[in-house]
Design a protein around this ligand. Structure first.
Ligand SMILES: NC(=O)c1ccc[n+]([C@@H]2O[C@H](COP(=O)([O-])OP(=O)(O)OC[C@H]3O[C@@H](n4cnc5c(N)ncnc54)[C@H](OP(=O)(O)O)[C@@H]3O)[C@@H](O)[C@H]2O)c1
Length: 269
């Protein structure tokens, strides 16, 4: 495990799943962590478990509100005096066939996954320039290929990927790294339970239990990959053997991925 002693890490979406596991992994690596999400009680309990105010603080934040993102960064700097890493992990999913999405669904999707990332990054940037730090964006394999029944989720992650690529070039001269991490399916997380589920969603099919896809990782495995990527600062990390294969296949024969997705969808709907 890399050494992050004396470093201060902000993690959005730290109350559950990948964000929570990432906070725990950074603490094990010696970092001080700033935990952001909307669930205040859960965050406070986690901050306590991670060692209390010397090591971890909870800052209730809705990332879709730019003012709250600025307050998150201010609070982190007031308490710990610096910011070395921002992990933009907060996310939600709108799931269902595009034709059945409701007015406001796509806006909600982008306000959390995409605009939340932009707001936190813009607020943290002056401090990341001082520390020559790293921005880590938790994207998705869905953002690389566009997955049916999560079309606007895929679009929000694709937007994040394109923005991150441009930002990486802009910030290179300041020594600030920008890393995109694309997890594949992750087990034991609540993404779908807290999301917006519309007709055709594969996340909610009463009487038909969801089978775990081959190549699914645990939140702890994704967290370890995030910590490693923060240390090494690659442009992009695609996770799990299945995620890597899909990504490679899509670049050499996209028609095959199109065909498999249509075929799979017809079987599942
Ligand atoms: N699960 C997967 O299979 C998978 C695959 C690829 C990528 N990802 C990505 O991984 C990231 C983490 O998701 P997860 O799988 O760990 O799901 P999760 O357990 O549902 O975690 C989502 C986190 O985001 C927070 N959040 C949601 N809306 C927010 C808002 N408006 N403001 C602040 N925080 C908010 C949630 O906390 P509160 O509800 O307390 O605010 C929670 O801590 C997401 O960006 C997701 O797109 C997940």
């Amino acid at each position: 495990m890399s050494d992050f002693r004396d470093q201060v890490i902000i993690i959005t979406g730290a109350s559950t799943g990948i964000g929570r596991a990432t906070a725990q992994a950074f603490r094990r690596a010696g970092a001080r962590v700033v935990l952001a999400a909307r669930s205040e009680d859960v965050l406070r309990q986690l901050a306590h478990e991670l060692g209390g105010p010397e090591w971890a603080i909870a800052v209730p934040t809705d990332v879709s509100d730019a003012t709250q993102c600025e307050q998150l960064v201010q609070r982190a700097v007031e308490h710990f005096g610096r910011i070395d890493v921002l992990v933009n992990n907060a996310g939600m999913v709108v799931s269902g066939l595009f034709e059945f999405l409701q007015p406001g669904d796509a806006e909600m999707q982008f306000s959390v996954n995409f605009f939340g990332t932009l707001y936190c990054t813009q607020a943290a940037l002056p401090f990341l320039k001082q520390s020559r730090g790293v921005i880590v964006n938790v994207s998705s394999v869905a953002g690389l290929i566009g997955t049916p029944t999560t079309s606007v989720y895929s679009a929000s992650k694709a937007a994040m990927n394109a923005w991150a690529r441009a930002l990486r070039a802009e910030l290179r001269r300041y020594g600030v790294g920008v890393v995109t991490v694309c997890p594949y399916f992750t087990s034991g997380v609540q993404l779908a339970q807290k999301g917006i589920l519309r007709q055709g969603s594969l996340h909610h099919r009463p009487g038909r239990p969801r089978r775990q896809a081959p190549g699914t990782q645990t939140a702890d495995e994704v967290a370890q990959a995030i910590v490693k990527a923060t240390h090494r600062r690659p442009r992009i990390v695609v996770l799990s053997w299945a995620g890597k294969w899909i990504w490679r296949l899509d670049r050499c024969c996209p028609w095959l991925i199109d065909w498999v997705m249509s075929w799979g969808l017809n079987r599942l709907l």
